[in-house]
Design a protein around this ligand. Structure first.
Ligand code: BGC
Length: 404
C-alpha cells in the first residue's frame, strides 16, 4: 500500500485577518466596526500574531510539524490605491524567514477573504481592472516569496461567490447567530441551503486567478494554485440532477478552473446531502460542531477524490480541515478519522502533498470568537498561548509520517 510521501507537508493554517489584529485598512475591519454592524464580535487585536508570529511558528515546529500556511495581507501592503508599503513587505519576508529557520515550509496565501477598503469600496473584484490590480500587488510582494515553494492566490473563490449572492441575508443572520441557539443556527443554515453562488463573480475570479498564476510563475519559483471549499455534497435518491447542478456551481467550476495549476488546495470540514430544493441544511444534532455543521470527518476523503477527478489529476494539498469544538479529544478523533480517509485516497493513487490543519490558533471566525478551531488556545487579554493535546498529537503523526 502506497504511503505518504517523504516530503509530505504536516502543518497548520491561519489567515492574516483572523489572527494578526488591527487590520484597519481591510473591508472586514470596516464592516465589524460600523455602528450598525451585524457582526456580534470584532477582530480587534485578534491573537496579536502580527507581533507574535515567531512564537506561534515556534510552537508548531516544536510539536513536530514541518509546515505553516499563513497569508500576506493585501490591505496592509497596499493600504491606499497604488501606495505600496516596503515595511509591510519586509514584515512578511521576516515571517517567511522565520518559518524557514524553524524548519516550517511556508504555504503563503495572497488573499484570504479580506480586501483593501479602497478596492472593495470601488467595486472589488467586479472592477474592470481587478485582475491587473491583483497582479500588480503580486509583483510587488514577489521578492518576499523567494524560497517559498507553495503559493495560494485566492482562498475559497467559491465561498466569495456564495457570500456575494447572499451577502445581506448572511450578514443579518450572523448578527442573530448565537452559538447556543439552535433555532438561529438552523435559520442561517436554511438560508444558505438555497443559495446559488454568483456565477458572474466566479468567472471573474477564475480570470483574476489565471493572471495571478502567470504572475507568480513569472516572478517566483513557487508552485501556485488556489484553494477551493468543498461541502462534500452527496445526492439523495432521485435528486442526482440537482446534486450535479449544485456541485458544479458551488465547487466543480472552481476545481476545473484549477486545471493546469501546480496544485489545488482542498478545504473540507463537513458534508451536506442535496435534495430537490438544494443542499439540506445541517439539522440540529448533538454531534454538530460549534459552527452548527454536521460532524463529518469523511468529508475530506470525498473532497480529495472529487478534486483529483475534476482538477485533472494535478497534485492536491489539504490547505484546511478541522473542527470547531471546545472538546479537544473530539478534535483528535475527528482529525484521526479525516487523516484515515486521506491515507486511503493516497493508497488509491491520489497525489496528496500535505495536510494543513485549520487552524493553528483559536481565532476570529469571521464575526465570532466562539467557534474554536485551534490546536493552540489563546488568551485574548494576555495573548498567552496554550497548546492543546491535539497539537502534540498531530506533531506525533508528522514525526511518524502517518497515522500509525
Ligand atoms: C476559511 C477560514 C475559516 C474556516 C472555518 C474556511 O472557509 O478559509 O477562514 O475560518 O473555513 O469556517
Amino acid at each position: 500500500m502506497a504511503g505518504l510521501r517523504e516530503d509530505f507537508l504536516w502543518g497548520a493554517s491561519t489567515s492574516p485577518h483572523q489572527v494578526e489584529g488591527n487590520n484597519v485598512n481591510a473591508d472586514w475591519w470596516a464592516l465589524e466596526n460600523a455602528p450598525d454592524s451585524p457582526l456580534p464580535d470584532r477582530s480587534g487585536d485578534a491573537n496579536d500574531s502580527y507581533h507574535r508570529y515567531a512564537q506561534d511558528m515556534g510552537l508548531l515546529a516544536e510539536a513536530g510539524l514541518n509546515s505553516y500556511r499563513f497569508g500576506f495581507e493585501w490591505a496592509r501592503i497596499e493600504p491606499a490605491e497604488g501606495q505600496f508599503s516596503l515595511a509591510e513587505r519586509d514584515h512578511y519576508r521576516r515571517m517567511v524567514d522565520t518559518a524557514l529557520e524553524l524548519g516550517l515550509k511556508p504555504v503563503v496565501t495572497l488573499q484570504h477573504f479580506t480586501l483593501p477598503r479602497w478596492f472593495a469600496e470601488s467595486g472589488g473584484w467586479k472592477r474592470p481592472d481587478a485582475a491587473e490590480l491583483f497582479a500588480r500587488y503580486i509583483e510587488f510582494v514577489a521578492p518576499a516569496l523567494r524560497d517559498v515553494e507553495w503559493v495560494c492566490t485566492i482562498n475559497e473563490p467559491n465561498m466569495l461567490a456564495v457570500f456575494a449572492s447572499v451577502q445581506d441575508t448572511v450578514m443579518q443572520m450572523m448578527g442573530a447567530l448565537d452559538a447556543d441557539d439552535p433555532e438561529q443556527k438552523a435559520k442561517m443554515a436554511a438560508a444558505l441551503g438555497h443559495v446559488s453562488p454568483d456565477q458572474e463573480l466566479g468567472e471573474i475570479l477564475a480570470q483574476v486567478h489565471r493572471r495571478a498564476v502567470d504572475t507568480v510563475r513569472r516572478t517566483t519559483n513557487a508552485k501556485v494554485g488556489w484553494t477551493v471549499a468543498q461541502q462534500a455534497f452527496t445526492p439523495t435518491p432521485g435528486n442526482e440532477d440537482v446534486f450535479e447542478r449544485v456541485h458544479r456551481t458551488w465547487e466543480g467550476f472552481y476545481l476545473e478552473a484549477a486545471r493546469g495549476d501546480d496544485f489545488v488546495g482542498v478545504q473540507a470540514y463537513t458534508s451536506q446531502p442535496v435534495e430537490a430544493d438544494g443542499p439540506v441544511p445541517h439539522p440540529a444534532h448533538p454531534d454538530n460542531t460549534l459552527t452548527g455543521w454536521a460532524y463529518r470527518p469523511d468529508a475530506l476523503g470525498i473532497a480529495l477524490r472529487r478534486a483529483w477527478d475534476e482538477a485533472g489529476g494535478i497534485p492536491l494539498l489539504v490547505t484546511e480541515n478541522g473542527i470547531a469544538t471546545d472538546d479537544d479529544t473530539r478534535r483528535i478523533a475527528y482529525t484521526a478519522e479525516a487523516l484515515g480517509h486521506l491515507e486511503e485516497a493516497v493508497a488509491d493513487g491520489i497525489d496528496v502533498r500535505g495536510y494543513l490543519h485549520w487552524s493553528a490558533l483559536d481565532n476570529y471566525e469571521w464575526g465570532r470568537w466562539a467557534p474554536t478551531f485551534g490546536l493552540i488556545a489563546v488568551d485574548r487579554e494576555t495573548f498567552v498561548r496554550t497548546p492543546k493535546p491535539s497539537l502534540a498529537w498531530l506533531g506525533a503523526c508528522a514525526r511518524r509520517g502517518g497515522l500509525k
